[in-house]
Ligand binder design. Sequence first.
Ligand SMILES: [Zn+2]
Length: 754
Amino acid sequence: MESISSALSALSIQTEKMVKHAAANSPESWRSAVADVATSLGFPTSNYTKTVVFKPKTAKTATPVPVVLIAKDDSDYNTNSVAKHLGHKEMRLAAPELLKEFLNASKDDVSALSITKENASQLVAVLDASLATSTDHFAVHAASSEQTLFMTGAEIAKYLQSTGVKLEVIDFAKLKAEAATPVAKASAPPSSSASAPGSTQGPIPASSKASAAEAAQILDAEQMGITVRKEGDFPEWYTQVLRKGDMLDYYDVSGCYILKPWSYFVWESIQAWFDAEIKKIGVENCYFPMFVSQQVLEKEKDHIEGFAPEVAWVTKAGSSDLERPVAIRPTSETVMYPYYANWIQSHRDLPLKLNQWNSVVRWEFKHPQPFLRTREFLWQEGHTAHISLKEADKEVMHILDLYRQVYEKLLAVPVVPGVKSEKEKFAGGLYTTTVEGFVPTTGRGIQGGTSHCLGRNFSHMFEIMVEDPDAPEHIKVKGRAKGKGKGDGRRKTIEEYEAEGKLLVWQNSWGLSTRTIGVMVMVHGDDTGLVMPPRVAQIQVAIVPCGIGVKTTAQEKDAIWDACDQTAKDLKAAGIRAKADLRDNYSPGYKFNHWELRGVPIRLEIGPKDLEKKSVVAVRRDTKAKTSLSVDNLSESISTLLDQIHDDMFAKADAEYRSRRKVCEQWDDFTRILNDKCHVVIPWCEVEACEDEIKKRSARQATQGEAEDEKAPSMGAKSLCIPFDQAQFGDITGKKCPQCGVDAKRWTMFGRSY
Ligand SMILES: [Zn+2]
């Protein structure tokens, strides 16, 4: 920063009016940050500069010479013309890494002042003539999105010259006029880039629409599109897809994220469906406090051991320490069960089936990942009490099947239902069932939702019991006299209670979280952004008016606008979530990108020709396939198409998952299959020590092999589940566990996992 100041003062350019402000990552935020200062200094409040960095197309082996284009923020230029003028065949927006390497800046920071004497020789600067000659003051980032100073256009030119950079002053308006080409068909396929939502163009008169549309495809493009490939840099891709697809925003407490409406709608859809299903089986919703006392939290030892390191504690109120710190629930078993003991007095109080839609906090220190591993997350937790194991078992399986349906029928994500190994089961429970998902890009498994049978461990600890209706009368009488509790200072065993005619209830707990959304994004998203499964997309159909050119009359334009509006209304009336994108200041190409990035399942294009033919063009987000649909029965054909998209998305993901589950009977193949980003299904002995050994050996062998997913630590495989559908893997009789050689019990799916 000081070097910029001294460089500027050496040129007699005033720098004392430097403004510091919050990081400006969009034109709007920049404006709101500096408008008042501009006014107070007597500078125009509408003068801003923009800086866009391009990478000219060169031979792969050549070192690129980035082109830094500096212009008024509202100036209109044609990238191809600029490229040709500079003698390049083609220029593309520079990737963030290139900006970092050459200018040590992000796209938000970069400005004319990012060019210095040190880096000048590696760059070419292009300055718009209308800016270079202006004596007005313009806002310029002082090489950081958090600082702005005001310079005249002439001063910017003077500064650039002083750095020694190769400087081209180009008259953009003239160049553009020379390159004027016939009006492009506005219904042409979208380009891969477009201007950002913060693009500063105002409403554009129809006569200049074509040129504005062309410009809109370039302005600030890198703010909008996904800049990395899914297969190339998956973690970065995931982050960009979530943020640019408008799913979430970051928050200033690490590991916590804001769920924006686009993702929250997915959760609401899951809630609505699942809530209706559990009510069918008599589950009622309720709400327990988020705070839990230490005494209650630690009542069940095995259980709390599983959570202890992640429990967040409230230790202070204002500035004074709490006498007894309270914990924030990591889950609610111990919160709820003392009350179950009060509420369940007779077998007539059973079954008790309660559910909460709430959030829980697990203060993990592992690398947080939006939706997959966050410190606070939304979920539902069901807690039920039953008179018999048989009844509890039945519910466990029913709920698990509902979870399967959430994934398969709402999110179009395939899962494998099964039971967890003893090592992986819920701490303190009897057994855990799970639906296991799969992220093909990393080859890692992900636990999708779990339904636990807790057995009688918790009811024993919390003394949730009823008089056994089937016990002989004399035992009942004896039991009544004794009551609950531990007369001689110790807890009675389950058998002792039974001898007194008391029956400890059988309990279940089951939970499904917003992790579902992360799995959905990872499975379906592509290089262009999100791909939303139709049943959970807040907007299922985006309608874009097209084909408006210089010759379009106002009446023709109005007719198209009206047709789009009416189509949206008709679809909505038929229960389809449709939206007409009638924003006047964006080109069709821009809108196409906008909705593609957000993964809207169907885009409808309506232009003059479509009006004539009484048809619309439908473009699928998942396959990008285009079809022409008649406006007659449009809601029916759209409904059918949405279902088709769902089915196709599921079939594609299912085929992928199936092809990546490989049966393995020889240890020699185990790590190789794992490293091929597959799950390994082995005939397994189900011995816990063997599972530990599998993890150790596969981790060791993996590190010897080639590098895997860069950001994932080289990890060993753990058992994901013992699939219920055993028959698909063949007869296990006589098979040996490939790790230890002991007789195998069941086919078990192992893999790396999230
Ligand atoms: Zn074994």
